[in-house]
Design a protein around this ligand. Structure first.
Ligand code: PEP
Length: 252
């Protein structure tokens, strides 16, 4: 079995100010030890990407974006292209976060286009998938995850996942304080890996699948210990340097 390097990514969403982002980043950079095992990624609001990028030079922390346009360039007011993110040394881009799907009406097809654009640009997508509470209670979790994944596989091919990351984020666990149990999360992670393995076993084996949804310093360890959980996508707890660093240390 492939030895997958864990990854812990901070999604700061639309939080902070220039001053608070500087403080948060400083705290994280001071606390990251050279022996820290996981790959660590921070995804600031777009407007602070330049500031964060300049401070990440010669550190082991990588830069990510929270979203991207599916278009290469043109008359798309308010949008940001993948090529622009590359100018700022972005490495990862979150696509299909449930807040984008629910609040900005991003469909499976749009998410698949964004994923393909990110891959074509040489950036690495972090593809978010996850079911709502209603869908879980109706026993539709696997159906929903399969639909979200298949849309991307059809658009980008399984090869598109060679450098990609998937984040399983049950919508009912995001920002709610309600976390999936390690067993619940592992079940879906294994399902995701198997779905990819139907197309390419080696890609599925090497694919990092993160868990996201109210991960905290005190529950990270038991989640990250599961066989198919390769780290986390962290929202609320990534806004506190000490909490985020504890979560990074839990990913071994
Ligand atoms: C997220 O929004 O990706 C997330 C996981 O948020 P939180 O950790 O706050 O639940």
């Amino acid at each position: 079995m492939t030895n997958r390097q864990p990854l812990v990514a901070a999604n700061w969403k639309m939080n902070g100010s220039l001053a608070s982002i500087r403080l948060l980043l400083d705290g994280i950079l001071k606390g990251i030890q050279s022996e820290t095992k996981p790959e660590v990624v921070v995804c600031p609001p777009y407007i602070y990407i330049d500031e964060v990028a300049r401070n990440l030079d010669n550190t082991q922390v990588l830069l990510g974006a929270q979203n991207v346009s599916q278009h290469e360039a043109g008359a798309y007011t308010g949008e940001i292209a993948a090529g622009m993110l590359k100018d700022y040394k972005c490495v990862y881009v979150i696509v299909g976060h449930s807040e984008r799907r629910a609040l900005y009406c991003e469909t499976d097809a749009m998410v698949a286009d964004k994923f393909a654009r990110v891959v074509e640009s040489g950036l690495k997508p972090i593809l978010c998938v996850g079911e709502t509470l209603n869908e879980r209670e109706a026993d539709e979790t696997e159906e929903v995850i399969a639909r979200q994944l298949d849309a991307v596989i059809e658009r980008a091919g399984v090869q598109g996942f060679a450098n990609a990351v998937i984040a399983y984020e049950p919508v009912w666990a995001i920002g709610t304080g309600r976390t999936a149990t390690p067993e619940q999360a592992q079940e879906v992670h294994a399902f995701i890996r198997l779905r990819l393995a139907r197309h390419d076993e080696a890609i599925a084996d090497g694919l990092r699948i993160l868990y996201g949804g109210s991960v905290k310093a005190d529950n990270a360890n038991e989640l990250f210990n599961m066989a198919d959980i390769d780290g986390g996508l962290i929202g609320g707890a990534s806004l506190n340097a000490d909490d985020f660093l504890s979560i990074c240390r839990a990913a071994i």
